[in-house]
Structures are given as structure tokens and as C-alpha cells.
Design a binder for this molecule. Structure first.
Ligand SMILES: Cc1cc2nc3c(=O)[nH]c(=O)nc-3n(C[C@H](O)[C@H](O)[C@H](O)COP(=O)(O)OP(=O)(O)OC[C@H]3O[C@@H](n4cnc5c(N)ncnc54)[C@H](O)[C@@H]3O)c2cc1C
Length: 446
């Protein structure tokens, strides 16, 4: 059995440690933060996330889906809030049982770490910040409160998120390492809608709320304690933006203009806006994701995507499933296993990155339009009429485990067929109409 040194015990790090531990590998998992069970917010990002089929499948494989989903809140569709306060519900799928689930990041992180620690060959070390990796000797260097430490293994796995230290070492030491990062012009800020006085939810609980406002939007996901975590996605710069909205009056005016129905539910809006940091949204693409049989990247370290398809963590969990399968398939050739994992995941991660950016435009701009809602209804009607043949893109991405690249391709083909079908239908209708008019106008013989 091999010894793996994992850097980062975030969502994917904990889960991967459990997968490797289950196979009997030695696993040393190092995390720069303190133990999340001691009250730290893990990951430093969204408080809650949406988990769907791919992520749930990865948890099921290790037997922890029920435990992880115990406090998750199913969300059946999008609840669109327009400026007048009117609400429009749009289900995610024709099958009302198909839901995405709002789950707390910290609780999920604890669940995966505890799952890993159930295997005796897994050890977890907190407050160890990786500073550098020596690729050839599979040695990782850390800063700790007691000074510098070095860990060695047969292989190092970088599960240390979008700003991965492992990936930085690969960038430095691998000739022709490809790296691309691109930031959106938008940032995000988390805000809160607290529970009502009786502890209940102040808005419909089992939906994902969206306030689409063309170039920006706010969303809200429910939490088990009766609150909602809202996220405002807004331009960093511009006449109305994070940069220009400085005073409490600016903030209040902006929210009253844009989200009037939410303001009365947000008593801590001004403090939240002032105190919560504004995060940036990055897409990272790199290649290769491995170095010989010594180093490999998993999750955001390999492929950070913007959060608009709710798939970053789901994809990171899917990486764990695929890497485990590859290591099982060629147990005595880790380099081949890493190469196979990279081959299976790279084009799908790239496809997801594009889908996620596309979905930002859909969520913030199109969901508000009647045409979009009509198209969605047509999508669902076709799905009902042609079960298993026609699948909306959202359904393929969220409720199946079809590779992302295949889902994107299939959606393009479906769109073309539907478009051609509509043109053929309209042409036939026009011809039939013309024939009828002609017949009507032709004088009958006496
Ligand atoms: C606002 C927002 C909303 C999101 N919503 C969703 C959603 O609804 N659904 C979804 O599927 N995804 C969502 N995502 C994406 C999701 O958060 C990530 O894809 C997921 O966290 C990736 O998991 P990871 O384990 O690869 O990285 P992370 O969760 O970032 O974990 C990396 C870990 O490595 C540690 N680390 C970092 N550097 C070092 C170092 N040098 N040494 C040691 N440890 C280190 C970090 O402390 C952290 O614990 C969202 C992201 C954002 C920003």
C-alpha cells in the first residue's frame, strides 16, 4: 500500500482521505486551518452550498450520504423575485422529486473529515500550512506554530483549493506547465435573512431564491436554523458597484431600489455589508494535473470554476470517485492511474467552467424574462414527451452523472434539432395556411 500526503482538508481533501483510507493506504492529511470542530469557518467561502446527484453519489460510495444529508434542505426550483416583489416559481425538473440540496459547508466538511478518521491508516494534522512541494522526492514543507516541518510520502495530492500551493510548485518546476486564471468583473458578498421570531423561515424554504437584475443578482439558500444565506453577485467597479457603494445610505438606497421585498427581512443588512468581505470569482484551468507518480491535483486546485451551476464541490467530489477508480484499476502503476484520471476529468472540468460562466448570464439576466420561462416549459414538455431521449441541459448537469462535456455536447445537438423542428413546423404551418387561403379565394365553377 502507498503512502499519500494530502494537502488541504477542505471538502474534497476530507473525502479523498476517506476513499484512500478505505483502500488501506496510509494517508497523512495536512490542513493550514485549525480543526473545524473547534469552531472555525472552513474554506472561508460560502456558508452553504447546493449538493446534487454527483456529490451525493460520491458520498454514497463511502457510506456517508445519509449522515451528510441529515440536515440538508431540498430545493425544488428557483423562486424568482421581480422588482415589484412578485414571485415566479420555476421547478428544476418535471419530476418534483428531483431537487438540489442546501447543505452547510462547515458541517459537510466535518462529516468528511470524520469519515476519513474512521480509517486507522488516516491521520489529520491541522494548522500546517504547506509552503512548498519538492516534486521529485514527493516531500511537502509546512509552516506550523512550532516551526518548519517536512512530510514525505510516495505521492503528494494537492487538494488545497483554488490558490493551491501544490499547483504553484508544479508551475515553477514542470516545463511547459499550462496555467490560466480569469477573474469575473463581479465579486460576491454574503448577507443574512435571520429566522422569524418563532424560528421559522421568513420566505418559502424549499427553493433557491433569485433576484435577477440583468447585470447582477442576489440569491438566497435556506439553512436548517431558519435563516437564509444571501449572496449578492455584483460588479466590483462601475457607476453602481461594490467600489462606489460606500456609506450605509448608499447600501440602503441600492437595496431598497433593487431588492425591496428582501430589505424588511434583513435587519443586519448594513452591518453584514460593512463587515463581510467581498470575495472574487475565479476560473482556473491548468495542465497537466499530475507529475509522474509523485504529485496529483484534485478539486479546485485543478479546476476552480465560478459557482453559478452549483457544481464546483460536486465536481471535486466526482474527481475523488474517478481517482479512486483509476488507482484501483492499475494499483501497481500510479503514474498511469494519475494520467488516466487526468484524461477522464480534464475535458469535463473545462466544459463545466464554460457552463458555469454561461449559467451566470442565465441566472442574473434571463430567468426574469417570460420568454426564458416559456423555453423552460417547452424543455420540460419535451422531457415528459420523450423520456430518456430529450434531457434539458440543467437536468443532465445536475441530476445525472453524465460527463459534463457530453452533457454540453448533447444539449447543443438537442437545441439544433428543436430549432430545426420549430422552423419545419412553422414552414409547414405557413404553407398549409397559404393553401387554405388559396383554396378559399379560388372561385368555384358555376
Ligand atoms: C460563493 C461560492 C458558492 C459556491 N457554491 C457552490 C455550490 O452551491 N455547489 C457546489 O458544488 N460548489 C459551490 N462552490 C464551489 C465549492 O466551494 C468548491 O468547488 C469546493 O469548495 C472545492 O473543494 P476543494 O476541497 O477542492 O477546495 P476547498 O474547499 O477550497 O478546500 C481547500 C482546503 O485546503 C486548505 N489549504 C489551502 N491552502 C493550503 C495550504 N497551503 N496548506 C494547507 N492547507 C491549505 C484550505 O484551508 C481548505 O481547507 C461555491 C464557491 C463559492 C466561492
Amino acid at each position: 500500500m502507498a503512502k499519500f500526503v494530502l494537502i488541504g482538508s477542505g471538502l474534497a481533501g476530507g473525502l479523498l482521505a476517506a476513499y484512500l483510507g478505505r483502500r488501506g493506504h496510509e494517508v497523512d492529511l495536512y490542513e493550514r486551518r485549525a480543526d473545524p470542530r473547534e469552531g472555525n469557518i472552513v474554506g472561508g467561502r460560502s456558508i452553504n452550498l447546493a449538493i446534487s446527484t454527483r456529490g451525493i453519489h460520491a458520498l454514497e460510495q463511502i457510506g456517508i450520504a445519509d449522515e451528510a444529508l441529515r440536515h440538508a434542505i431540498p430545493m425544488r426550483g428557483r423562486m424568482i423575485h421581480d422588482k415589484s416583489g412578485a414571485l415566479h416559481f420555476s421547478p428544476y425538473d418535471v419530476d418534483p422529486r428531483k431537487c438540489i440540496n442546501s447543505i452547510g459547508r462547515a458541517a459537510l466538511n466535518t462529516t468528511v473529515i470524520e469519515a476519513a478518521q474512521r480509517y486507522p491508516s488516516v491521520r489529520v494534522y491541522f494548522t500546517h500550512r504547506c509552503t512548498d512541494v519538492d516534486l521529485d522526492s514527493a516531500a511537502a514543507h509546512f509552516e506550523t506554530v512550532n516551526g518548519a516541518v517536512t512530510a514525505r510520502g510516495d505521492a503528494i495530492i494537492g487538494v488545497d483549493g483554488a490558490f493551491s500551493a501544490v499547483r504553484k510548485s508544479m508551475q515553477r518546476d514542470i516545463a511547459n506547465f499550462q496555467y490560466d486564471e480569469s477573474y469575473l468583473a463581479h465579486g460576491y458578498k454574503e448577507l443574512t435573512i435571520p429566522p422569524a421570531l418563532d424560528g421559522s423561515w421568513q420566505m418559502e424554504k424549499n427553493v433557491l431564491h433569485i433576484w435577477p437584475r440583468k447585470s447582477f443578482m442576489m440569491i438566497a439558500l435556506p439553512n436548517p436554523d431558519g435563516s437564509f444565506t444571501c449572496t449578492l453577485f455584483w460588479e466590483f467597479e462601475g457607476p453602481r458597484s461594490f467600489t462606489t457603494t460606500k456609506t450605509d445610505d448608499d447600501v440602503r438606497r441600492f437595496f431598497e431600489e433593487e431588492f425591496p421585498d428582501a430589505v424588511p427581512l434583513m435587519p443586519t443588512l448594513l452591518e453584514d455589508f460593512r463587515n463581510n468581505q467581498t470575495g472574487s470569482l475565479v476560473t482556473i484551468r491548468c495542465a497537466p494535473w499530475f507529475y509522474r507518480d509523485k504529485v496529483c491535483l484534485v478539486g479546485d486546485a485543478a479546476h476552480a470554476v465560478v459557482p453559478f451551476y452549483g457544481q464546483g464541490m460536486n465536481a471535486a467530489f466526482e474527481d475523488c470517485v474517478v481517482l479512486d477508480e483509476c488507482l484501483q484499476k492499475v494499483p501497481h502503476n500510479r503514474q498511469r492511474a494519475f494520467a488516466e484520471y487526468f484524461r477522464r476529468r480534464k475535458e469535463n472540468a473545462d466544459a463545466l467552467a464554460d457552463l458555469a460562466i454561461g449559467n451566470f448570464i442565465e441566472m442574473r439576466d434571463k430567468t426574469a424574462s417570460k420568454t426564458f420561462r416559456a423555453i423552460q416549459k417547452l424543455d420540460h414538455a419535451l422531457e415528459s414527451a420523450l423520456p430518456g431521449v430529450y434531457l434539458p441541459l440543467y437536468t443532465m448537469v445536475t441530476f445525472t452523472r453524465m460527463p459534463y462535456a457530453m452533457a454540453a455536447k448533447r444539449a447543443r445537438v438537442q437545441d439544433r434539432i428543436v430549432y430545426m423542428g420549430l422552423i419545419a413546423f412553422l414552414t409547414l404551418a405557413i404553407v398549409a395556411f397559404a393553401v387554405l387561403v388559396q383554396a378559399h379565394l379560388t372561385p368555384t365553377k358555376p
